[in-house]
Design a protein around this ligand. Structure first.
Ligand code: UDP
Length: 544
């Protein structure tokens, strides 16, 4: 044991020497603070000042070296929420020589991922802002493996869903408040700072009203890979694969109920109606009565998930392909303006059917004007403002996060009008939910068509022909594709419109609208199964 101790001392000594000699080293990806992740050797953190420290030495480096632009507004976003001014990361600088006068640093030997959780008490935020981005940031850097250490710097306690964060690595995540236990100065031997935003699909309305992100980069496949990884870690087995006839018949509906607020007041009636309409067993789950892993297990086998709008609906990412998500909205709340779960269900390859239902009958709604403002109370407002809210039939578009009219309406309880709900379901759920048949569709895109060529001939002073031919894309010979088509665009040089054609074969002779002694630009691409577009081949210049 004494040998182990002395070994540790040698390591410590070596680490201290390395820090003094090399200082901190930083290399980052990303052009802007909003798309940046940085990797550090010997990034330090002073727990008293609550500041990260970069030690300059003769051999330290810092890329990007932004000078004062590092503060305009920050080096990077520490959470996955874009450009939020409470989530910025930066560090202070010191010469490595200053270490002589500072408390002895404690070294953290684990490869560390340092980030802010955005709102760890809200399940939607937990999955969308934290778990998915952490999972895929770890996929991006191979040394962020199962042994990696997560460090949460937002300053919250564990929060209601800490067990979910624990699934991402075998080591216990560290909270900001726990860093003090390591002493006054701690140094992360190897760390990554920041989160990938590649998987996020929703913006919460800080600068413009909430809605889907402008440029969504994630598909259902990545969401489902993440979901199966979590389920594997929780030892939840899916119903996929060989199923017995009995299991196949055991289709069921899940009503995810909230028991604290935003209630469904006629839940029993709703459950009976759903069971009768679809001839399926109908069960309820709630965060107040079950553990989240047991809820995931139930949801992963469900054919239909029904719930009031709310964070618990992010659990639809555990539904099987082909399942239906039914989101209920209280009176005066327009479903089209609050679409985090619709957007999730509609991601390409997510293969969920989505239905929104909205309470249109004010009498079927119970509001709580006397509650605190964050639960939708409006008693604190001027009489005039209160009356305005009470008279309104729809919450106007608004920014996050304290709009009293929005909070008042979204925290209403609802008596669900069963006939109108069933009508909405029948209108949207075209095919009966069928989990067995829902296989992932191919997402293999065609390559470029090869050897595109054109031949031209002039028949008469006003008659010409243009023959275009090409070879199949290289990857097609290895694929079984249901339908292969080609798209050809023909543009007369100098014109800004073109004629598009969809063609079944590898050549075609155009004679209509083709003029003699004219130059045409021709683009050709391949299309698999109607919507998988390939790239255009290099443009052909064809003179008749
Ligand atoms: N929540 C719950 N049951 C309730 C009310 C809330 O499980 O009756 C959960 C909800 O799913 C979310 C968190 O508590 O994870 C915060 O809920 P809130 O109403 O603030 O947010 P929202 O659901 O509208 O996003």
């Amino acid at each position: 044991q004494s040998q182990e101790l002395s070994q540790a001392r040698i390591d410590y000594h070596a680490a201290l020497l390395a820090l003094q000699e090399y200082g901190t080293r930083m290399v980052c990806t990303g052009k802007m603070h909003t798309d940046r992740i940085c990797r550090f050797d010997y990034l330090c953190y002073c727990t008293e000042a609550e500041e990260f420290v970069f030690f300059h030495s003769n051999s330290s480096f810092m890329l990007p070296n932004l000078g004062p632009r590092r503060f305009q507004p920050a080096l990077l976003d520490l959470s996955s929420v874009e450009d939020h001014n409470t989530q910025y990361f930066n560090f202070l600088e010191l010469p490595a020589a200053a270490l002589k006068f500072m408390p002895k640093p404690v070294f953290i030997p684990d490869v560390t991922l340092i980030l802010n959780r955005f709102n760890p008490d809200n399940l939607m935020h937990v999955f969308h802002d934290d778990l998915l981005p952490i999972f895929y940031t770890m996929q991006q850097y191979s040394d962020l493996d199962d042994e990696a250490r997560l460090v949460f710097m937002e300053g919250w306690g564990e929060g209601a869903h800490f067990d979910l964060y624990r699934l991402l690595s075998s080591k216990q995540p560290l909270l900001k408040e726990q860093l003090r236990n390591f002493g006054k100065l701690m140094c992360f031997t190897k760390s990554y700072v920041g989160l990938s935003k590649m998987t996020t699909w929703y913006q919460y309305g800080f600068v413009q009203p909430q809605g889907p992100k402008a440029n969504i980069l994630v598909s259902g496949n990545e969401i489902r890979q993440f979901a199966s990884s979590l389920m594997e870690k929780l030892n939840i087995t899916t119903r996929g694969g060989e199923e017995s006839a009995a299991e196949e018949k055991d289709e069921y509906i899940v009503v995810f109920s909230r028991s604290i607020n935003r209630l469904i007041l006629n839940e029993a009636e709703l459950i009976l109606a759903l069971a009768q309409e679809f001839q399926m067993r109908t069960v309820t789950v709630s965060m107040e009565e079950q553990t989240f892993p047991s809820i995931i297990k139930v949801i992963s086998g469900a054919s239909i998930l029904v719930s009031m709008h709310g964070a618990q609906l992010v659990s639809s990412l555990f539904l099987s392909r082909g399942a239906v998500v039914v989101e209920l909205f209280p009176y005066a709340v327009n479903p089209e303006q609050y679409t985090p779960y619709k957007t999730l269900a509609s991601l390409p390859g997510m293969d969920l059917q989505y239905v929104a239902w909205r309470n249109m009958v004010e009498e079927n709604s119970v509001a709580y004007p006397e509650r605190p403002w964050e639960q939708g109370g409006i008693a604190h407002l001027d009489k005039e403002d209160q009356e305005h809210i009470l008279a309104s039939k729809e919450v106007p578009r608004h920014l996050c996060c304290r709009n009293p009219e929005w909070l008042y309406r979204i925290y209403q309880d609802t008596i669900v009008d069963i006939p109108s709900l069933l009508e909405a379901l029948r209108a949207t759920v075209k095919t009966r939910p069928n989990l067995k048949k829902a296989k992932p569709a191919s997402t293999v895109h065609p390559g470029q068509v090869r050897e595109p060529q054109c031949q031209t001939s002039v028949q008469a002073t006003n008659e010409a022909m243009l023959t275009v031919s090409w070879q199949i894309p290289w990857n097609l010979k290895y694929l079984k594709v249901r339908e292969v088509k080609y798209e050809v665009w023909i543009q007369e040089q100098g014109e800004n419109t073109y004629m598009p054609y969809i063609l079944p074969h590898q050549n075609y002779t155009f004679s209509e609208n083709i003029k003699p002694f004219t130059t045409y630009l021709v683009w050709v691409r391949c299309i698999f199964n109607k919507n998988l577009l390939g790239p255009f081949a290099d443009v052909l210049t064809c003179r008749t």
